[in-house]
Each structure stands twice: as C-alpha cells, then as structure tokens.
Design a binder for this molecule. Sequence first.
Ligand SMILES: Cc1ncc(C[n+]2csc(CCOP(=O)(O)OP(=O)(O)O)c2C)c(N)n1
Ligand SMILES: [Mg+2]
Length: 339
Amino acid sequence: MLPKLPRESLIELCRKMFLIRYFEEALIGLHNEERFKGHYHVYIGQEATGVPAISCLGVGDYLFTTHRNHGHLLARGADPRRLLAEILGRRDGYNKGKGGSFHTNVTSLGFPQTSGVVGGIIPLATGAAYAVRAQKTDRISVCLFGDGALEEGAAAESFNMASLWKLPVLYLCENNGKYGQGKAAGTARSSTMAVYPLTDLPAGYKIPAQQVDGTNAGAVHGVVSEAVKKIRQGGGPQFIEAQTVRWPGGVTNWPVVPIATDAAIAWDVTSVPEAEREWYRDSDPVLIFIRELVEKKQVSREEISEIQQGILGVVSQAVEFAFDSPYPNSETALEDVFA
Ligand SMILES: Cc1ncc(C[n+]2csc(CCOP(=O)(O)OP(=O)(O)O)c2C)c(N)n1
Ligand SMILES: [Mg+2]
C-alpha cells in the first residue's frame, strides 16, 4: 500500500529509503575494509517504518532515537556527509566527532539526545513531552525504540506517567523480531519479551496501542499520521508497534551485506544468494516500496534507476567528505562537555 501522498512526496520517500540503504551498505563496506574501527548498528530492513513515520512530523517536534539512529536522522533530513563524519569521529561531524554512531545529536532537526543505552530515551522522550505541554505549544515528542527496550523498567515507568498526565508523546516501537520469523500481525514475537503481543504492555497502562506492518510504507504512514493528529489534539500518548523481518545481513554482531541492493532485484531475485533470497523477495521494505511505485504507475523503472544512481553519488560524496575531515585536536577534548 502506498502512502496517500502526492507523487512528488512519494518520490521523496523513495529517495530517503535508498539513501538510508546505500549509506548503511557503504558504512559496512568501509568497516570491512578497516577504514574505521568501533561498533555500530545499521537501519537496513526498517526503512519503510522510519521514513514514512518521520515524514508525518512537524518541524518543531522532538525525536529520540537509539543505537540504530542513522536511518532516523537521514529520514529527518540529516546531511549524510556530516552524519558519516560523526560516525568516523571527525571534526565536521554533527557533534565534532565526539558523539559517534551511538550518540549523534542533531538539535537543529529536533534530536536533543540519542542514546545507545537500550530504553534510555523512553523517559527522556516522556520528559520532553511534559516540557512541550508545560510550554503550551502544539509540539509532540516521538520516541523511536526497539522491542528490546520494553524490557527496561524505565519503559513501564514512562508509560505510567505519560498515561496519567496525558502527555503528547508517540511511542513507536520497531519490532524487528528474530531472524527467520514472520511478521504477520500478531505473530511476530520479540526475542526478549515475555509480554505478547507487545501492545499489551502499553495497553495495560491505558495507552491506545496498535500493530502495523513495518514493511508497508502506506500502512505506517496511515497509522502514524492518525496517531500524531490525535496526540496534537490533546488525546494523550499513543503506542505503535511496527513489525519488520530482521535483515539477514544483521543477525551477527558485525553486519555483512549479502548483496548490494539494486532496484533490479525488485523484479528478479535470482542474483541474490539462495539463503537470503526470501528476505529480499518478500520482506525488503525498499524493494517492496519501489515495486509498488512502479505497479501503481507513479514512476517508471527507468526513473527508479536514475534515483538509485543519484543516491549512490550522494553517498560517495559523503564518504569523500568524511575522510577529508580531520580528527578533532586533542586540545578540544574538554570542550563541549558538562563536567
Ligand atoms: C541497557 C542496555 N542493555 C544492553 C545493551 C546492549 N545492547 C545493545 S543493542 C541491544 C539489543 C536491543 O534490542 P532492540 O531494542 O530490540 O533493538 P534492535 O537492535 O533489535 O533494533 C542490546 C541488548 C545496551 N546497549 N543497553
Ligand atoms: Mg529488536
């Protein structure tokens, strides 16, 4: 299902999904070539959740994200050059290279704090919702987190307060399940939660909670835009569980790219190694989206190919920019720190 948006907006969503996919594939390649060190997580497989969801927000809204933040930042319009520079610890990064992959904060885009601590942003997002309400604005706070974060006590405490105080917060839980597990509504179990379905947890706190197919951009756009509207009208918190199927390249500690994503795979998966073929055919959100754009005659396959080439160019410029950027001077180590 395509989001109910004009063609130009659909193309913009398509560009953003490709940008995330190619940015992350390039990052994995750079790590494999040992051009940078350190741990990182990628957003591959969840593009059709973050991109349409974030497109529903206003410029003044706050977003809080996790260890898998690259996709959320790019969806919100972050400059891939400065994001990559940050991940590589370079001076031209969004946080002068001091935040890195896990803590890229972009306040100008409404990301006051990113946290690699699982569940760490749930109370922060809830606090931001309290703040915007106290300031009597119509801003909302959006909390993007994985299914694993629901294990944390801070999640339960936040839901309780958000519900009691009817705070303007959207909890968007990205349930990427376990590798090899289906995503059909109601069957996707989290790998780490006894509560099942996950929506039972916020529902217990009387927060309206629903599930959506996170690989279906139109469905995500529909439920998120509706939830945002209700929150902005003073309806209190909302919870959405977006279910995706874990990308087979991301099942081990260090991601591996089984095959470089190419639009042609959307129509012919024979080039994909057999072990990963099913995922690219049935669960790859980027390929599902472009297949639908073409089927619904919003774009031609040639146009898709042009978009793809354009984005590959943007990503190689980002790589060049980031490696040209110097490391911060040691004298600046104590600048921009609180204590
Ligand atoms: C409090 C805390 N515990 C453990 C970790 C280690 N850790 C990093 S990612 C991760 C899995 C989180 O699962 P989920 O929230 O579902 O996110 P996913 O990686 O599946 O997107 C864990 C346990 C951490 N960063 N913080
Ligand atoms: Mg998860």
